[in-house]
Design a protein. Structure first.
Length: 280
């Protein structure tokens, strides 16, 4: 099964969610699904809410049998919400499905409307002499999570053009953050440096998609942001995220994060007690 087959099956999965028709798909007998970290049975959760999807940007990895996407979901009468989905296939059957539905659509660190027109940089093929291998992609994405955990913006290699987007909102090199709780204008590196007071812990790191041709690494993580004494913030808790990284010349060129804040120390539901990921 190649990348186009996997992204096609992911599109079929979203279409079936919209119509509430799981019978249109084939599910493995060991199928497991979650939404925002909670177990959901086939036919429940999103299946019963008639979700409509927009701005879907999909990536796939034939070596892991997985596909992920980011975009927007809208429920009847509701506002657009940032959305991420992962599926894993076993043969022609869906083995796993993991969804993040964010409740944060608009604000200093979210703007779901911008997700409706995904950046075409992610679909650009990286010239062969400017690519890194799968381990290089994994290392680049992991260096960002490590830099976040260590509050050290020098750990990742950021391209000088790099910007970061949270739930659709540009959160680096923009004046909008002056009005946020940070009251600062950040680069990608300084944004990591400034997290120290929250003592971030980047755990449950997974890398289901590593596409060397596109230079895309898609990674899931849960980051504990602890409350800061005398400085209450709206983002304290466990930040459950899909991070999508474009990597060129071994440097991170752009980052998109789709995230929902769960209670502190919550789990994604995809991390085994032995410390190994259940999904790559």
């Amino acid at each position: 099964m190649d990348s186009s087959d996997l992204t096609g099956l992911l599109a079929d999965y979203l279409s079936a969610l919209s119509s509430g028709a799981p019978e249109a798909l084939g599910f493995h007998t060991d199928f497991r699904g979650t939404e925002n970290g909670a177990l959901v049975e086939i036919g429940h959760g999103l299946w019963r809410r008639a979700p409509q999807f927009g701005g879907i940007n999909s990536f796939a990895d034939p070596l892991t049998g997985q596909a992920v996407c980011m975009g927007v979901v809208t429920f009847e009468g509701g506002r657009p919400q940032p959305f991420a989905q992962r599926i894993q296939m076993r043969g022609q059957l869906i083995l796993e499905a993991e969804a993040i539905v964010s409740s944060d659509s608009h604000g200093h660190f979210a703007d779901a409307s911008h997700l409706l027109k995904p950046d075409i940089i992610y679909s650009a093929v990286v010239p062969a002499d400017r690519r890194v291998d799968r381990e290089g992609l994994r290392a680049a994405a992991n260096s960002y999570w490590e830099g976040l955990e260590q509050s050290d913006g020098m750990i990742p290699r950021f391209n000088y053009r790099c910007d970061k987007f949270d739930n659709g909102a540009k959160t680096t090199n923009t004046l909008r953050t002056l009005l946020s709780p940070d009251a600062k204008v950040h680069s990608c590196a300084s944004a990591l440096n400034d997290t120290r007071a929250a003592r971030p812990l980047a755990r449950e790191r997974r890398f289901p998609v590593l596409d060397t041709e596109l230079g895309v690494a898609a990674s899931f993580v849960v980051v504990d942001f602890h409350p800061i004494p005398d400085h209450p913030r709206p983002d304290a808790g466990a930040m459950y995220m899909l991070g999508v990284f474009k990597v060129v010349d071994g440097e991170i060129r752009i980052i998109d994060e789709i995230r929902e804040i769960l209670p502190l120390k919550a789990s994604s539901g995809w991390w085994r007690q032995d410390g190994e990921s259940g999904s790559g």
